[in-house]
Design a protein around this ligand. Structure first.
Ligand code: ADP
Ligand code: G3P
Length: 497
């Protein structure tokens, strides 16, 4: 009987299920968007039941599409939007509040107070993270402090916490398995990336009972078997990784120094830093890439909050395109931006500035400016932000970028990819399989159940689809970059106040 690996990719805007074969090729795929809730400015929530039901329905669709069942699935890999926080009742399985999404800024002021108390270096040393509302810890605290009765129930051991991986596995196993992996744990601001345990001092600081926390297992092992009715047979759940780390694995960036950038809703550039964490001096995050067996692999990460979502804003906010894919033709209809810069700080600026209160700006507008110039400046803004991250990473790691592997929805945009190569003066390489996030989780699961023997075996599967070579004049690029730096300076609130 033919065997496959099923990968579940639970992203910020959609849930995907992809069936891979032994060659790492996509055999079937189903995707479903779900509702985004914005109850107040800066707040972003998802309904945990909808996360589960959208995921469950795409699983059923993907396996039905190629007429297979649970017996054909050797293992399931899970990858997910990271940091997003769910708290639920141990007995009833009912979430006590909506999922608070990574983009949610409601705890910004509390984060300011932690910085004012001088906690920045202490937290960075333990977790590799910079104090920001982005991470799970302040979101869990907010739920316990604001949902009536939640803190009392948590203290009695009645509530559980999970990032989205943990929630999906809890649902898939019908409440039997409460686990996560170090790549997800390292995004909570509660996990000590050196001792590889939940940190008691951090749990105390954020007032979070240890009984809520999932067990942290490796990224590639059998955690349990499915008990849902989606599969008539039990299927082992065998791999977990946060989506950006899964993409690093799916791109086969397994050697120290290898780098990928994922252009999705946000952009996340990760460099494999091997078995030792590199402490960033340039405001990048130190994070865990994965743990396989007892070996932990670390990464340096530059997180950009607004990437492809600036294109969604051109569509939904400005109405100058009807679909994201139209942006390329519009931007290509002009030879350059005509001096326009678009700093897409729509939800603050993350690395390397970490300014929670910065907001977006379009500058350099003249009488001749058209929608096409703005569209082109929006795409270029994504690439300039990536340039800033690469600069910080090169200074941290003391090495120059040799090539950049890319993936994610906006990496389909050739104009953006060519501009990225021109800006970085380095090759930008797009792989044949661009669903690298799902592929990474499939690989982690497949390695655990012996579907693939070794990393060496799967490495051979990676193939380039297109290589963008840098071609632009360096003097012109230097001038353009100086203009970008000036535009960024104008939106930084902390420096302007
Ligand atoms: N041709 C394109 N050019 C630029 N951006 C695009 C293009 N196609 C899709 N996008 C953007 O890519 C994002 C979706 O990418 P995806 O990797 O599916 O994201 P996520 O995993 O965050 O849900 C959207 O923000 C969309 O606007
Ligand atoms: O859902 P994505 O692909 O936008 O990824 C979100 C990141 O994991 C947030 O840290």
């Amino acid at each position: 009987m033919e065997q496959y690996i099923l990968s579940l990719d639970q992203g910020t805007s959609s849930s995907r299920a992809i069936v891979f074969d032994r060659k790492g090729q996509i055999c079937s795929m189903a995707q479903r968007e779900f509702t985004q809730y914005f109850p107040k400015p800066g707040w972003v929530e998802h309904n945990p039941h909808e996360i589960w039901s959208s995921q469950a329905s795409v699983i059923a669709e993907a396996i039905a599409a190629i007429d297979i069942n649970g017996l054909n699935i050797a293992g399931i890999g899970i990858t997910n939007q990271r940091e997003t926080t769910i708290v639920w009742d141990r007995e009833t399985e009912e979430p006590v509040y909506n999922a608070i999404v990574w983009q949610d800024r409601r705890t910004s002021e509390y984060c300011d107070s932690l910085k004012a108390e001088g906690k920045t270096e202490w937290i960075r040393e333990k977790t590799g993270l910079i104090i920001d509302a982005y991470f799970s810890a302040t979101k869990i605290k907010w739920i316990l402090d604001n949902v009536p009765g939640a803190r009392e129930r948590a203290e009695k051991g009645k509530l559980m916490f999970g990032t989205v991986d943990t929630w999906l596995i809890w649902r898939l196993t019908r409440g039997e398995v409460h686990v996560t992996d170090p790549s997800n744990a390292s995004r909570t601001m509660l996990f000590n990336i050196r001792t590889l345990q939940w940190d008691e001092e951090l749990l105390k600081l954020f007032d979070i009972p240890a009984s809520m926390m999932p067990e942290v297992r490796s990224s590639s092992e059998v955690y349990g078997a499915t008990k849902t009715t989606i599969f008539a047979h039990k299927v082992p759940i065998a791999g977990i990784a946060g989506d950006q780390q899964a993409a690093l694995f799916g791109q086969m960036c397994v050697e120290p120094g290898s780098v990928k950038n994922t252009y999705g809703t946000g952009c996340f550039l990760l460099m494999n830093s091997g078995e030792k964490p590199i402490a960033s001096k340039n405001n990048l995050l130190t994070t865990i890439a994965w743990k396989i067996g007892d070996k932990v692999n670390y990464a340096l990460e530059g997180s950009i909050f607004v990437g492809g979502s600036v294109v969604q804003w051109l569509r939904d906010g400005l109405g100058i395109i009807r679909s994201s894919s139209e942006v390329e033709a519009l931007a290509s209809s002009v030879p350059d931006t005509g001096g326009v810069y678009f700093v897409p700080a729509l939800t603050g600026l993350a690395a390397p500035h970490w300014d929670q209160y910065a907001r977006g700006a379009i500058s350099g507008i003249s009488r001749g400016t058209t929608a096409a110039h703005i569209a082109r400046a929006a795409l270029e803004g994504i690439a300039y932000q990536t340039l800033d991250i690469v600069g910080a990473m090169q200074r941290d790691a003391g090495v120059s970028l040799v090539e950049l592997k890319v993936d994610g929805g906006a990496a389909r945009n050739d104009l953006l990819m060519q501009f990225q190569a021109d800006l970085l003066a380095t090759k930008v390489i797009r792989p044949r399989v661009t669903e690298t996030t799902a592929l990474g989780a499939a690989y982690l699961a497949g390695l655990a159940v012996g579907y693939w023997e070794s990393v060496g075996e799967i490495r051979k599967q990676w193939q380039a689809e297109h290589i963008f070579e840098p071609a632009a004049d360096r003097t012109q690029i230097a001038k353009a970059v100086a203009g970008w730096e000036d535009a960024v300076r104008r939106v930084l609130r902390e420096k302007n106040d």
